[in-house]
Design a protein around this ligand. Structure first.
Ligand SMILES: NC(=O)c1ccc[n+]([C@@H]2O[C@H](COP(=O)([O-])OP(=O)(O)OC[C@H]3O[C@@H](n4cnc5c(N)ncnc54)[C@H](O)[C@@H]3O)[C@@H](O)[C@H]2O)c1
Ligand SMILES: [Zn+2]
Length: 376
């Protein structure tokens, strides 16, 4: 059976690709891939959680079409995104005998997408890959745009490449098995698109966010499509982030610092950190009188209503009882890839639905602001 789906075009010239969004894409994956890539052999990379729910369906579809080269199952969790897993992964891909015209298929969330994309970009100096995102976060963000990479002790995503996928299959049905906390964390990245550049989308989310989180599949598909359309447009105009693409980091400079402080531990998920970070970005914008007063409260109320943390105080305390402090947070923020000649790049807002790139906030102002927010 063919089930209709939405298609978003990522217009990158010779590296252009489609994002397909809809239901029952997993069972149709062999046909959808073969229609574009013929008889390429396909190696699946996934994690243990996703494998338990969805690997059988993908394997069965690919095997029936004679396309399956093998499956590689990595441990679940952010810690997988590191050199310790990358080495063995590349060797196992080589053992599958994949050639440059063959495909890796990343079946999972952002962790699997990022490490699989990175492996695909370096094995045989680059093989093609397909993203099959299984978290809301991956469907609206990490599977699109070609940023790949791993973490190091020095920070998140500091080693990686730009390597665009050849196809993205965002199957809304796979979100049924996603834990609710992960779904809410992904929702924070959905809201990000409205806050940074699309006020009508934010208003739509304000009306429909609760039903979307509760499980409405049409709303989910519509939100994934809106987010992907916006990201695809930004990526097509600024693939390697020399300008506009930085807007997608709204809430992320603060968020990454909080994530690093929490040690990527599961105490604070990426989307939860981004939720707090977006509130901080709007609060700072308001304090600097860049943005009308009351905007930060609106953002905070929306995120809190959908079960997301909005204040630094909500980050669970470390096992040793330590709380974050200004110096630590500012040091972690300075690890950001977007620091240019020592000046912190921040994404601030002029109003709800309009973000901009700022390099004008002096370190002392930022320190004062963080001090207040730590006490808030
Ligand atoms: N490349 C980019 O542009 C980009 C953008 C945003 C985020 N990221 C990266 O993405 C990562 C976060 O991605 P994530 O939130 O998807 O995390 P994740 O990949 O760790 O997935 C979250 C959890 O959900 C489980 N899971 C995934 N799909 C499931 C399903 N359908 N049913 C049940 N369980 C499922 C996973 O096993 C994992 O435990 C971070 O490393 C972040 O840096 C990358
Ligand atoms: Zn993010």
């Amino acid at each position: 059976v063919t089930v209709p789906h939405r298609v978003v075009d990522v217009a990158l010239g010779s590296r252009r690709y489609d994002i397909l969004i809809g239901r029952a894409l997993l069972p149709q994956c062999a046909r959808l891939i073969a229609a574009r890539f013929g008889t390429a052999r396909i190696g699946i990379v996934t994690d243990a959680n996703v494998a338990a729910h969805h690997l059988d369906h993908v394997e069965a579809a690919l095997k029936a079409a004679g396309l399956h080269a093998g499956s590689i199952i990595l441990p679940a969790g952010e810690a997988t995104k590191g050199f310790a897993q990358l080495g063995p992964l590349t060797e196992r891909v080589l053992e599958l005998g994949l050639e440059r015209q063959d495909l890796l298929l990343a079946l999972g969330g952002g962790v699997i997408g990022d490490i699989t994309g990175f492996a695909a970009s370096i094995v045989r100096r680059g093989i093609r890959f397909v993203q099959v995102p299984t978290t809301l976060l991956a469907q609206v963000d990490s599977s699109v745009g070609g940023k790949t990479g791993i973490n190091t002790p020095q920070g998140k995503n500091l080693v990686g490449t730009f390597h665009q996928p050849s196809l993205v299959l965002a199957d809304i049905d796979v979100l049924d098995t996603l834990p609710i906390r992960e779904l809410r964390a992904g929702y924070a990245e959905v809201v990000k698109y409205g806050l940074l550049g699309d006020r009508p989308f934010y208003d739509w989310l304000d009306r429909h966010g609760s039903a979307l989180i509760a499980g409405d599949k049409d709303l989910r598909a519509q939100a994934v499509e809106t987010a992907c359309l916006m990201k695809a447009g930004i990526v097509a105009r600024d693939e390697t982030e020399t300008g506009e693409r930085a807007l997608l980091n709204l809430g992320h400079t603060f968020g990454h610092a909080l994530e690093a402080w929490a040690g990527y531990s599961g105490r604070l998920l990426h989307g939860e950190a981004v939720s707090i970070g977006m509130c901080l970005a709007f609060s700072l914008s308001e304090q600097l009188t860049l943005c009308p007063s009351g905007t930060a409260a609106t953002v905070q109320a929306h995120l809190a209503k959908h079960g997301l943390p909005t204040r630094i105080a909500e980050v669970p305390t470390a096992p040793d009882g330590r709380r974050p402090d200004v110096a630590t947070l500012q040091h972690l923020m300075a690890q950001d890839k977007k620091v240019v000649s020592g000046r912190q790049t921040l994404i601030l807002a002029r109003r709800l639905g309009e973000a901009f790139i700022s390099r004008d906030v002096p370190p002392s102002t930022l320190a004062d602001f963080l001090g207040q927010m730590l006490d808030a």
